[in-house]
Design a protein around this ligand. Structure first.
Ligand code: GLC
Length: 729
């Protein structure tokens, strides 16, 4: 088992026996690493200490871990002080938020999920781990595995979208990638699935808001990606800021201890989110700081990030007997065991090798991977009249605030990206054009991200008139998504919409390149453009990856991991919603579940995406009419590439449970596979569906299957395909 920290390292017990209470609580504290170059502001200021004070605390044995500093040379110095100058010589863990790339930046996790290729995410996470550990890190606060069913929430950008099966596959893949096969290897990066749990379910999509959720939705939708990440060997979990039905996640004994420790037997450490223990007071869940400490620790939070609450209050709580010494020892044992598991007691200077840090020989390979990951993440929503791919000799106007921009390439969670290597759209397009042909590319900003430019629209319109096709680069500035970036309207900034309307009025065909950290509600000329490509935030190689797709060197193979609604007001909108008693009918009759303005559908559903050849699906076929409760069924469809070029197709298996003891979702993804299809090729794509995959949290509160009728679809999206019925005996 990769996550097995047993048999316990004997050095852990020897140390524990020698530690004072102060040294024990010291191991349970993590602080901002002000000793090394520190990541720019990603968190509010709290409990700030300068470099000298941090090192002094390390020397006193009062620091278990430091975070968000970087660099192997100074990292060695921190570790030297810990190992040689503190009384017990316990090494510190060096952590950071390395979410989708270190120096080389890969697509935001939501974008990468659109590839529907967990193996790709495993490779980018591995490359990230190689770069992060070379920069003096042992531990990352990733992957974010929150399921995001409300696109107003800005942190959906950090996860894998709205679906649990897709999210679980990406969660596990990222953990495997970060940690690699051997936790002790110098390039293994400890992974931390976060934020435990249901952070993506915050009310109204507002970050840090409350969560009201049923047990069934919690267990069937939000918990499985954590389980998948832990089964893949993750040895740390981060608690969430939100409360769950009134109990803050960071003081939630039922979840942190009952579920995580007792039921799931999680052997690793639980770390708070940034000052989440402190925030129990603001939640009104704790009387004061001491009470907050008691509640967080008592619930099962081993390590406290930044507040300093454990150091300040745990000793007195142990002294008074409110926190048993055995409980303190158990938490310290877990932190020390993780340090042992990653080899810090054998080599405290692990991942702190300046020679490795200055070696750049891997960068070319990582750049190639970043380009491939980026183009595999792009989703082609629409391609009227085959406007794409573009001819290389076409007169192209590249218009929009993202055309030359390099400040909105990395996305919301890149702290240490090498900006000198970012490729803007213009640079990528020019590099793809033959020498001499670059004059046929005219580039105009038109407006800035949120404001008009004098004469901008006029210049864009003039360029559009001269061009055969306009590539319109629009979207959200990158600070619109990520932490604390919730939106009420998930639309483009008005000035960009105005630019699109003006350019569209020229009649020149429009290819829209969307940059976005969430699903957007597309309007007017953007919605009606001849072609629309969703490009998320693609990272370092943005320009090259987009050019690969625009000119047809790569046929787009991404599929939506989030539903694109008609309108913001539909949120939360997700494809696998429970059935209503008054479903909408095609004739849109009265008294049905719909809005006055829009039907209860997506503009582009989950799973949707096109390539450069039409692909057809035959009806779904199942191998037997009945499946036993412990049985397996095969489901397949004939999938045909009717075009003249090879494409990659994401074939998806969905199921619907017709009657349940709780109202069941209209459809649920059960499996998916990306396949390469040659021109003219037809093939049966088969899935094995285990009866166990039909289980859910039933009305009796237990997780299990229920007999009855089901439908299965082998389909290209969550709303397509012709189903086959079967019965679970
Ligand atoms: C934050 C985030 C969390 C991050 C942590 C450390 O506030 O919620 O995702 O890992 O701080 O920077």
């Amino acid at each position: 088992m990769p996550n097995d920290v047993k048999p316990a390292d004997p050095r852990v017990e020897t140390l524990l026996a020698r530690m004072t209470v102060e040294e024990k609580v010291g191991q349970l504290g993590m602080f901002a690493d002000m000793v090394r170059p520190f990541a720019p502001d990603v968190n509010p200021e709290a409990n700030v200490r300068n470099a000298g004070e941090v090192l002094e605390q390390v020397r006193a044995g009062r620091v278990g871990a430091l975070f968000n500093g970087v660099g192997a040379v100074q990292g060695r110095e921190i570790q030297r002080v810990a190992v040689e100058e503190s009384r017990l010589g316990i090494p510190v863990l060096l952590a950071a938020d390395v979410i989708h790339g270190m120096r080389t930046v890969f697509p935001i996790p939501l974008g990468e999920a659109a590839s529907f290729e967990p193996a790709l995410a495993e490779r980018t996470a591995r490359a990230t781990a190689v770069e992060a550990t070379a920069a003096g890190l042992h531990w990352t606060f990733a992957p974010a595995v929150d399921i995001a069913r409300d696109q107003r929430w800005g942190r959906g950008a950090e996860g894998a979208g709205e679906d649990t099966v897709l999210g679980s596959a990406f969660a596990a893949a990222r953990v495997r990638g970060f940690q690699g096969g051997d936790l002790r290897a110098a390039d293994s990066l400890l992974a931390t699935p976060k934020h435990f749990v249901a952070y993506g379910a915050v009310a109204a999509g507002m970050d840090y808001n409350y969560v009201e959720i049923s047990e069934g939705t919690l267990h069937d939708v939000h918990l499985p990606p954590f389980k998948a990440a832990l089964d893949a060997g993750a040895l740390a979990v981060m608690t969430a800021f939100n409360d769950i039905n009134g109990v803050p996640a960071s003081a939630n004994h039922a979840l942190l201890t009952g579920l995580l420790r007792e039921q799931w037997q999680f052997p690793g450490l639980v770390v708070s989110d940034y000052t989440a223990d402190m925030e129990l007071v603001a939640h009104g869940y704790a009387e004061d700081d001491r009470d907050a400490t008691r509640r967080a620790f008592g619930a099962g939070m081993d390590m406290s990030m930044q507040s300093g609450f454990y150091a300040a209050h745990l000793p007195a709580l142990v002294e008074s007997g409110e926190v048993p010494m055995a409980a303190l020892d158990e938490a310290v044992r877990r932190v020390l065991s993780v340090k042992a598991a990653i080899g810090l007691f054998d080599d405290p200077y692990r991942s702190l090798d300046p020679a490795r840090e200055s070696d750049t020989s891997h960068l070319a390979a990582h750049e190639a991977l970043a380009r491939d990951a980026a183009r595999r993440s792009i989703v082609l929503l629409r391609n009227e009249g085959g406007v794409l791919p573009l001819r290389r000799d076409a007169r192209i106007a590249l218009v929009g605030p993202f055309a030359r921009d390099t400040d909105n390439i990395e996305g919301c969670w890149t702290l240490f990206g090498d900006r000198s290597r970012y490729v803007a759209l213009e640079a990528g397009l020019r590099a793809a054009l033959p020498a001499g042909a670059t004059a046929s590319l005219e580039v105009v900003d038109g407006c800035s991200m949120e404001e008009a430019i004098d004469g901008g629209i006029e210049a864009a319109v003039a360029a559009a008139r001269r061009a055969e096709v306009v590539v319109l680069a629009l979207g959200e500035p990158q600070r619109y998504s990520g932490e604390a970036q919730s939106r009420t309207r998930i639309t483009l900034p008005p000035v960009q919409q105005a630019l699109a309307e003006a350019v569209a009025a020229t009649g020149t065909p429009l290819v829209v390149l969307l940059r976005n950290g969430r699903a957007l509600a597309l309007e007017g000329a953007v919605r009606d453009a001849a072609a629309i490509l969703v490009t998320w935030f693609l990272g370092s190689q943005t320009g090259h990856a987009v050019a690969d797709v625009l000119f047809g060197d790569y046929s787009p193979s991404g599929r939506l991991p989030v539903s694109f609604p008609h309108d913001s007001g539909q949120q939360p909108f997700f494809y696998n919603h429970p059935r209503t008693g008054r479903p909408e009918t095609p004739d849109m009759s009265e008294f049905k579940a719909r809005w006055r303005e829009y039907p209860n559908t997506a503009l582009y559903p989950f799973g949707h995406g096109l390539g450069y050849a039409p692909v057809e699906y035959g009806p779904t076929v199942v191998s037997a009419p009945v499946i036993a409760p412990d049985g397996v069924l095969e489901a397949w469809a004939t999938v045909s590439n009717r075009g003249t070029r090879a494409v990659e197709e994401v074939v998806q298996l969905y199921v619907h449970d017709r009657v349940g003891s709780r109202v069941r979702p209209v459809r649920e993804l059960k499996d998916f596979r990306k396949i390469v299809m040659q021109p003219g090729e037809s093939r049966e794509v088969r899935f094995h569906l285990q009866a166990a995959q039909l289980a859910f949290t039933r009305a009796d509160g237990r997780f299990g299957v229920e007999p009855g009728r089901f439908d299965a679809w082998v389909a290209p999206s969550a709303t397509a395909g012709t189903p086959a019925g079967f019965t679970l005996a």
